[in-house]
Design a protein around this ligand. Structure first.
Ligand code: GLU
Length: 373
């Protein structure tokens, strides 16, 4: 049964700013109720990781600002002020149950860096082993890209965390209660979709179309998050955060929100490639792209342009369609681009390819050219 979560052993819960807020501050009762539910899950043998937003909003509240600041530096300063306030509330709420919380602030590049990720993973495991709850947020004070985006990205962060720690379930709590078959504000007969087995082009389009209320950025970032989580073998549930006892009820199989079923877990390395920030770009010709689709390696001959500066071993984006780990630096690639195997062998003193199939991932489907698990 697809709403049977009795076997879930590791869950990531993401809670959004609007859900946590009360006026200019934080809703202490809400945080207490959430903590109680999460502690309840732990008692049932399920490890819990929390991803929280709210730092900027709380910081703005502390400063007595009447509006959420739009200036980047101001937002970062607000995050710096709001983050400890946020943690203080979690410490109080979980502390009431004798459960320690550990703050983990992340940036995109940390998650893209393999060594950084391995470190992170060990810290998280240790924290969980100590019976603690890791509480994640983006390190907004130094991470400009995230907070300057129109659509907040803690949805993405939560999916990346879920994927990195091999969670079985991601619960995204926000003011969006479910996915609908059409815009519920325009169509009174719009129906909630309880279970999504596969994200179809229609769902993607619905979530991304401009001007439709049903498809606000909120839903778009959530669907993107689902796409990240599902490849990690993680099911996602979107639900309204203010529904009483929402997490407990979802875990016990109640039909709340929308469930997006996981896909078979993609290999770690391929997930890392897929979810990494590309360090540069390559353009390749149609023949080379077709060869990749036929599970072949990428050869220097097919490369027509190299953008950016990167080292060998970096993840690069190819024709906006593929990510791969390049065996050559940008400097070497500029020398090798367009050269046939013989010329490559002359330049390098050996034969080599840019990337082998097991280091190549197609973005649209997450289809990998490597061998299946
Ligand atoms: N990291 C931001 C904050 O704590 C929120 C980003 C988001 O909600 O996506 O305020």
């Amino acid at each position: 049964m697809s709403r049977d979560f009795s076997k879930v052993r590791r869950v990531v819960v993401k809670v959004g700013t609007a859900t946590l807020a009360k006026g200019a501050g934080i809703d202490r009762d809400y945080v207490a109720a959430l903590a109680e539910q999460l502690v309840g899950l732990r008692k049932r043998g399920c490890q819990v990781l929390l991803v929280t937003s709210g730092a900027i909003g709380l910081g703005a509240g502390e400063l007595g600002l009447t509006e959420r600041p739009s200036d980047i530096r101001m937002r970062q300063a607000c995050a710096a002020i709001g983050q400890p306030v946020l943690m203080h509330e979690y410490k109080r709420a979980f502390g009431a149950h004798g459960v320690p919380v550990g703050q983990i602030l992340l940036t995109n590049d940390v998650l893209s860096d393999r060594a950084g990720y391995l470190n992170l993973r060990q810290t998280v495991e240790t924290l969980l082993g100590l019976g603690g709850i890791p509480v994640f947020n983006e390190n907004d004070t130094i991470s400009i890209a995230e907070i300057s985006k129109a659509f907040g990205d803690n949805d993405r962060l939560s999916a990346l965390v879920a994927s990195k720690v091999d969670a079985d379930l991601l619960v995204i709590l926000s003011d969006i209660d479910a996915l609908y078959d059409k815009d519920p504000r325009k169509f009174p007969d719009a129906r909630k979709i309880s279970i999504v087995e596969k994200i179809t082009p229609e769902i993607l389009e619905g979530a991304g179309a401009a001007g439709s209320t049903f498809s606000t950025g909120g839903m778009r970032t959530k669907i993107r998050a689902v796409l990240i989580a599902e490849k990690g073998g993680c099911t996602t549930v979107l639900a309204h955060g203010r529904e009483p006892e929402v997490v407990t009820r979802i875990l016990s199989g109640e039909e709340l929100g929308t469930v997006f079923l996981a896909k078979p877990r993609m290999k770690n390395r391929l997930r890392w490639i897929l979810n990494s920030l590309p360090q540069g770009r390559l353009t390749i010709d149609d023949g080379a792209l077709e060869a990749l689709l036929r599970h072949k390696s990428l050869l220097p001959r097919g490369v027509t342009a190299v953008d950016g500066e990167f080292d060998k071993g970096s993840v690069v984006l190819v024709n906006e369609a593929v990510k791969l780990v390049t065996k050559f630096s940008s400097e070497e690639l500029r020398q090798l681009a367009g050269k046939d195997s013989l010329q490559v062998a002359q330049i390098l003193g050996r034969k080599d390819v840019i990337a082998r199939p097991e280091d190549i991932v197609f973005l649209d489907t997450g289809l990998t050219l490597g061998l299946p698990d």
